[in-house]
Design a protein around this ligand. Structure first.
Ligand code: PLP
Length: 225
């Protein structure tokens, strides 16, 4: 059962390591049942889907929402309004936009910079060179709190290479004085944990298989996004 899986996962995490329950593709009632067991951090990657669920769950005011998906510039304002964490800030220009809009909205989201430490055509993110070059500018952005780095391992690399990648991400965060490392998903979270992840982003290992967004609601929300 879902609550047993939550308990097992939580019991295997040392203190200081957080579980981000990735609830994309999951209905609001499952989020509610985890919230009742004390899980308060939820990750979503599609804005429209997330907003509908937030509305269904607005009676639970302790929930903390994390945006983990590709963030298009026209969605920044809504994400800043409704999410406390953004794990997927992948360029200086996006960070600047988030900071400017956060000032207008009187918000100050916690941000993780998405890094790409290995060649991966399917993924975005700062290379370590670009990040180091832009770091002093990023640090000065007034309305966002940069708390860590986020990474996603490329498909099809070996366990050893994944382990090395996660260690590189942890080392880079340490060099920059950042506490948080958002790394590890259902199929590789043990490796990420060993490397010093502080946010494990777990979807299917916790909830089971995802639904297509149009199965979640009684209308097709994909048309309006
Ligand atoms: C969907 C998603 C996850 C969770 O994936 P699982 O393999 O189901 O654990 C984690 N991180 C990001 C960025 C995602 O988009």
């Amino acid at each position: 059962m879902l609550s047993d899986r939550l308990r097992e996962l939580k019991n295997s995490l040392p203190s200081g390591v957080n579980l981000l329950a990735v609830s994309k593709g999951q209905p609001a009632f499952l989020i509610r049942s985890l919230a009742e067991k004390g899980q308060l951090d939820f990750g979503e990657s599609r804005l429209q889907e997330a907003l509908l669920k937030m509305d269904e769950l607005k009676d639970i005011d302790m929930l903390r929402w994390h945006f983990i998906g590709r963030l298009q510039s026209n969605k920044v304002r809504s994400v800043v309004r409704y999410f406390e964490f953004i794990h997927s800030v992948d360029s200086l220009s996006l960070a600047e936009r988030i900071s400017r809009i956060s000032a207008e909205e009187e918000r100050s989201p916690k941000v993780l910079l998405q890094v790409k430490l290995r060649e991966d055509n399917n993924k975005v993110g700062f290379s370590s060179n670009v990040l180091c070059k832009e770091w002093s500018t990023l640090k000065q952005l007034a309305n966002l709190q940069i708390v860590g780095l986020m990474t996603i391992s490329p498909l099809g690399i070996s366990q050893e290479d994944k382990q090395a990648l996660f260690i590189d991400c942890r080392d880079l965060a340490d060099e920059l004085g950042l506490k948080e490392c958002s790394m590890g998903m259902s199929n590789d979270w043990q490796l990420a944990l060993r490397a010093g992840s502080t946010w494990l982003r777990l979807g299917s290992a916790l909830f089971g298989p995802r639904l297509d967004p149009r199965q979640l609601f009684d209308r097709d929300i994909t048309k309006s996004t």
